[in-house]
Design a protein around this ligand. Structure first.
Ligand code: 5AD
Ligand code: SF4
Length: 436
């Protein structure tokens, strides 16, 4: 989502004379867009700001020019004024719900740069209503935020505090942005939300629509060929969406559905509001409707109070699901979340070992999922050139990176039929069958 927000900030600032630069050395404006979900996000932000201070000081010495520094994103939201206190060379602090005001905030930074501007409001006029900036050209695949925030309050997670309450963007604004993305050459759209499948809004027939209906509507856009979405919550996996995975040929056969743990005790302490069995039932149903779907997930090991028995239940759930790909993390405290003050925190050695076991199993499942595709035929979207001569990298319907060669110089953005020749941990290789 930060990637999307950064792109929108770029779009927004273009009419004000800014363009992207490859490095910060001679930048008039540096925006540090921060994420709070990973460990030590705050410390990392301050150390990055220290590096930026050195850059802007060097620039000032060499050229006499002073750069404007803005901190955006969820660490900005959480830290607010503290950022300016600890890093007084920062001019602007702007939260994820208020970055549409960046041009205004930049304009207000006074010529001697003494004016500091902080805007971490959750505005009553939603950001997207104000963010009708032009869309600049991007690659063949783009993100599109359709939902933000979270009301679920998992006890380990900082998102509800930094991104705010659940908000669904209205249908029309999503369709407009999708069309504008297609106009600049985008072929694949990934719909984004912290709880993307909780998206719900008034549809064209005035009924309440969910994500499945939205995807079906977007699929009517001719030149939009591949549709994806991330990240979903098990409780919001409704039948309409599951049916779209069977009926909508533009919706890719890939579902990222985090479960975090296979133990009901831990799920309860995490406030996930579902059991392991309920999660497995959903996966079963999704596979009933689309047997080929690739399942992905997120896991946290070493949540406070997690016993060896709980850990083995996670291993058992992973074996039952058989993931195509998944992310796994050691639990770490996020300031302000209930989990951070739970007693019975798990020690670091145990966390390391459990993470190792979970990751070994997930790695082997991913490799065998990839190996199963050898000799199959796949349509991939060509995303970019590889490092080797004539090499291209595309993305498969199952979200795998696929390497292939062609002496055609102009394939980026096209769909190519490949025969898969080999499979590795994180990628596939293929030979061209035909263009279409
Ligand atoms: N510790 C470890 N992992 C976390 N995640 C979120 N918060 C924490 C935390 N405190 C992981 C979850 C989530 C993913 C985006 O990040 O698995 O699904
Ligand atoms: Fe965080 Fe996702 Fe839980 Fe919301 S549902 S609190 S975003 S982990």
């Amino acid at each position: 989502m930060n990637f999307y927000d950064s792109e929108r900030m770029t779009d927004l600032l273009k009419p004000h004379g800014y363009q992207l630069d490859d490095n910060e050395d001679d930048a008039d404006l540096i925006v540090l867009n921060t994420c709070h979900i990973r460990e030590k996000a705050v410390e990392k932000t301050y150390s990055e700001l220290g590096r930026i201070r050195d850059k802007i000081n060097t620039r000032k010495e060499k050229t006499g020019k002073r750069s404007i520094v803005a901190v955006a994103g969820c660490v900005a939201q959480a830290q607010g004024k503290e950022i300016i206190k600890r890093s007084p060379w920062v001019d602007i602090v702007v939260g994820p719900q208020s970055y549409q005001n960046l041009p205004e905030l930049i304009a207000k930074v006074d010529p001697v740069y003494k004016n500091k501007n902080i805007n971490i409001d959750f505005p009553t006029i939603p950001k997207f209503d104000q963010l009708n900036a032009n869309i600049e050209k991007r690659g063949p695949s783009a993100f599109l935020t359709i939902q933000e925030g979270c009301d679920k309050f998992c006890t380990f997670c900082v998102v509800p505090y930094t991104r705010g309450a659940e908000y669904s963007r209205p249908l029309k604004s999503i369709i407009d942005e999708a069309k504008r993305l297609i106009d600049v050459g985008v072929k694949e759209i990934t719909l984004l939300g912290q709880n993307v499948n909780a998206w719900s809004s008034k549809g064209l027939d005035d009924q309440n629509w969910g994500l499945g209906r939205l995807i079906d509507e977007l699929a009517k856009i001719n030149d939009l060929k591949f549709i994806r979405y991330t990240t979903s919550h098990p409780l919001d996996m409704d039948i309409e969406l599951i049916k779209s995975h069977r009926d909508n040929k533009k919706l890719m056969p890939y579902l990222h559905l985090p479960v975090q743990s296979g133990s009901d005790n831990v799920l309860k302490m995490m406030n996930r509001k579902h059991s392991a069995k309920e999660y497995l039932k959903i996966i079963e149903k999704v596979r009933d409707y689309n047997p080929k779907i690739a399942i992905s997930g997120d896991f946290i090991v070493g949540f406070p109070g997690e016993s060896e028995k709980d850990h083995l239940l996670t291993i058992s759930l992973i074996k039952q699901v058989n993931y195509a790909q998944a992310y796994s993390f050691k639990y770490s405290k996020r300031p302000g979340t209930p989990g951070s003050v739970f007693l019975n925190q798990v020690n670091e050695d145990t966390k390391n070992f459990r993470l190792y076991e979970v990751q070994e199993l997930l790695r082997s499942q991913q490799l065998s999922f990839n190996k199963k595709t050898i000799n199959s035929k796949m349509k991939v979207l060509v995303l970019k050139k590889g490092k080797k001569k004539y090499q291209y990298i595309g993305r498969s319907p199952y979200n795998q990176s696929v390497y292939f060669s062609s002496n055609n110089d102009n394939l980026i953005g096209s769909f190519i039929d490949l025969s898969i020749t080999d499979a590795f941990q994180n990628s596939l290789t293929g030979n061209i069958l035909s263009d279409f």
